[in-house]
Design a protein around this ligand. Structure first.
Ligand SMILES: [Zn+2]
Length: 349
């Protein structure tokens, strides 16, 4: 009996921990991969970076637990601001801070400005013809743009906590998305990259759209919950060691860490554990929804979800293309493959 309960505790913690990475790691990789398909042949030297950039497209999520200042870069609760509701959002961060103060602006998330800053870093990296920096910022840009296309990253009700729909964030973006990953992969077809005139307003425009789409997700969740069997299993996962072991195993099998630095996945895992165990509600009340629920959630959000993933890939490709043009279309250098791991010391921060 005890073994069974340990098995279930590991199983459900796996489900839970898969929700740590927004869009899921697979979702980010899929979007990153599609973005390279949307690049023009004139960027062929950069297209050769595809595999390494794709493999690093979830790095910002991985470093989030132990990197100060990283967490607010992944979202913006844009509907917190009246200016947004009234279609006159203050898009300049300094002006916004003047109205709301530094800490509020950071608390509400700084995704658009983090994206913008990463874009400029990529321009600089192209100019410097520095492969390490190009890889680092191309992967980061891919991540932040993909986050910006995810409706749950652009609303103050980001986990349904204000509408009694707690957990919708990971139900939508990770569990549902992963269930339909191959279908999404089959139909997704981004258009070719195009030059962007105004980077800042381009970024804000797709974030506005994400925020509007969040109500579609909330509505789908309510309907799906009402119709489905409400097969909700409360799982208590109090065994910290089994959670740690499960998470560490899942980190290691991703193969995303340099083999020479075994301490890094352990450190990352420990930080997750502290973050999660500090929230006893999260830990003790995992509610598992049945297949019918996910079928209905997908039925109502499928078109929007595929379109957001497709548009995210297009946007990433267009930002790569525009960054390269802005850098003066320099020759893109080769880098050493395989087993290439970017070394932070080589990156021009
Ligand atoms: Zn993220």
């Amino acid at each position: 009996m005890k073994r069974i309960s340990i098995f279930f505790s590991i199983f459900f913690s796996l489900i839970y921990f898969s929700s740590i990475y927004p869009w899921g790691e697979k979702g980010h990789a899929l979007i990153a991969k599609e973005s390279f398909k949307a690049l023009h042949y004139e960027m062929i030297d950069f297209i050769h970076y595809a595999d390494i950039v794709i493999s690093k497209s979830s790095d910002p999520d991985k470093r989030r637990p132990y990197t100060p200042g990283e967490a607010p870069k992944h979202f913006i609760d844009i509907d917190f601001y009246n200016e947004f509701i009234e279609a006159r959002m203050i898009t300049d961060i300094d002006s916004l801070k003047k109205v709301y103060g530094d800490s509020i602006v950071v608390e509400m998330g700084i995704l658009p400005w983090a994206t913008l800053q990463t874009y400029y870093k990529l321009v600089e990296s192209f100019k410097l013809q520095n492969p390490d920096s190009i890889i680092y910022y191309a992967a980061d840009l891919s991540h932040y743009v993909a986050d910006g296309f995810q409706p749950m990253h652009a609303t103050i009700n980001y986990d349904g906590q204000l509408s009694n729909q707690k957990g919708i964030h990971s139900r939508y973006e990770t569990i549902m998305f992963n269930k339909h990953l191959s279908e999404i992969q089959r139909v997704i077809s981004p258009r070719y990259a195009k030059r962007i005139e105004n980077i800042q307003s381009f970024i804000f425009d797709y974030i506005y759209a994400s925020s509007f789409y969040s109500s579609l997700v909330f509505e789908a969740d309510s309907i799906a919950k009402n119709i489905s069997q409400k097969q909700q299993v409360r799982v208590k996962t109090k065994n910290s060691f089994s959670i740690f072991a499960t998470l560490l195993f899942s980190e290691l099998t991703k193969g995303a860490y340099p083999l020479t630095n075994f301490f890094l996945p352990i450190k990352s895992t420990l930080f997750y554990l502290i973050e999660i165990t500090s929230n006893s509600e999260k830990l003790e009340n995992q509610i598992i929804y049945d297949d019918k629920y996910y079928e209905l959630l997908w039925f109502r959000t499928k078109d929007m979800t595929i379109s957001r993933a497709e548009k995210a890939a297009e946007a990433i490709a267009s930002l790569y293309y525009t960054a390269w043009i802005e850098a003066g279309k320099p020759k893109i250098p080769k880098f050493n493959e395989p087993n290439y791991y970017s070394n932070d010391n080589n990156i021009s921060h």
